[in-house]
Design a protein around this ligand. Structure first.
Ligand code: FE2
Ligand code: FE2
Length: 218
């Protein structure tokens, strides 16, 4: 009687242990499936963010290069020409870097590139027709927006995946400082004294925001 009872108890224990092992195994399988799905989801989100950043920044740097080309076309012989030329060269370096990043990260450029070129040149040349201060007002309006835009992107990447996007964060931080310098050059050279400074800034700001919104998406 005692022997039968002990054997039954032993079998019951074995079954319990076996079931517990099966349960443990299925929980582990489930959790690893969940973490793989979660990782894929996060990687997809990261890829989307990085794609948007590189696409829109490439377009923006293209636009900036053409703004300074437009300024040079009108003010190429003025006293501020060397300053404009210097800023133009910075933008061309930024653009070249984003051209590289498009390839490295396998990102498609926006279909709006021809529009960025045309709008950039027209904006740069048009404001320069108002004089040197008009050109500087254009620089201040654009660079203020770009600086804020780059700050927002760095923040988004820091909140997303700072380790994986370290290189991109460093590049954008460095470009952000260049854009801040351009902004300050504009202010130091009478941007705020340009005719219709406030109106000009508001129009340029709204135009750039619209172009950024579209270029992140198409
Ligand atoms: Fe730039
Ligand atoms: Fe700039």
């Amino acid at each position: 009687m005692t022997l039968n009872y002990s054997i039954t108890l032993l079998n019951a224990n074995k079954t319990m242990i076996f079931n517990f092992q099966k349960l443990h195994l299925s929980i582990r399988t489930m959790s690893s499936k969940i973490s793989v799905t979660e990782e894929r989801k996060l990687e997809k989100q990261r890829k989307k963010l990085v794609d948007q950043i590189i696409r829109v920044d490439h377009a923006g740097e293209m636009g900036a290069s053409f703004i300074y080309k437009g300024q040079m076309a009108v003010l190429g012989k003025s006293s501020i020409a060397p300053l404009i030329q210097e800023m133009k060269e910075h933008e061309e370096k930024h653009l070249a870097k984003f051209e590289e990043l498009l390839v490295d990260y396998n990102v498609r450029p926006t279909i709006l590139i021809p529009l960025w070129k045309l709008a950039g040149f027209t904006l740069g040349a048009g404001c320069s027709l108002l004089g040197e201060k008009g050109a500087m007002a254009c620089t201040v309006a654009v660079e203020a927006l770009v600086t804020k835009h780059y700050d927002d992107q760095v923040e988004a990447m820091l909140n997303n995946n700072p380790k994986l996007d370290q290189e991109l964060i460093q590049i954008i931080k460095q470009f952000r400082d260049d854009e801040q310098e351009h902004h300050d050059i504009g202010l130091a050279h009478g941007a705020e004294e340009a005719p219709m400074y406030r109106l000009l800034t508001a129009i340029i700001g709204a135009g750039c925001k619209g172009a950024i919104f579209l270029s992140e998406r198409i």
